[in-house]
Design a protein around this ligand. Structure first.
Ligand code: SF4
Length: 177
């Protein structure tokens, strides 16, 4: 894939940052999975979340099977970051931008494996709840955390804060290729 062309297109998008990394730079951590299991109401309710995505080592193996990873991040200011309704309402825009990045990469000849944010909302009711397979496996994006990935060290290694400001939501997607 032509990185120069990709960067030209990325510069037209309202991204906070983008950066390229070696998938081996990512920290895969069972502690993140523990949080999914014990603190997230979506655990077991979406194919985009654990345990549907497989074990952390399975997810890690999949991510490390790619040579490159593109990290894209958007930020948005809200009145109160603790207000989950307000915070989550900012997510669709990030998802739309992630899909734009995916489409650009596909146009340039790549077939990226995309991790994005939160549980998939493509269907009103996820098929996993009815014991069925995912209806749109090519379109749904598992969330970054579902794979046990802690993105904070990678952001910090580039001098970036995950928590940009008191009421600033940071959304991150990873596109492996
Ligand atoms: S596309 Fe539908 S079935 Fe697949 S993960 Fe998303 S909500 Fe679930």
């Amino acid at each position: 894939m032509n990185r120069e062309l990709l960067e030209e297109k990325l510069s037209e998008l309202p991204l906070y940052i983008y950066d390229f990394l070696d998938p081996k730079e990512l920290e895969f951590n069972d502690r993140i999975r523990w949080i999914c299991e014990n603190e997230c109401p979506m655990y077991g309710k979406s194919w985009a979340c654990p345990p549907g995505v497989g074990s952390v080592s399975h997810c890690q193996g999949k991510c490390l099977s790619y040579e490159n990873c593109l990290l894209v991040s958007t930020i948005v200011e809200v009145n109160d970051i603790a207000d989950m309704e307000e915070t989550l309402a900012t997510r669709p825009e990030h998802e739309a931008i992630t899909n734009q990045v995916r489409d650009i990469m596909v146009d340039l000849g790549a077939k990226p494996y995309v991790l994005s944010t939160e549980a998939c909302t493509l269907c009103q009711r996820c098929a996993i709840l009815d014991g069925e397979g995912c209806r749109f496996p090519e379109s749904m994006h598992p969330c970054v955390e579902s794979h046990g990935i802690n993105v904070v060290p990678v952001l910090e290694s580039r001098g970036l804060e995950f928590q940009f400001g008191a009421n600033v939501v940071t959304w991150v997607s990873l596109l492996f290729y």
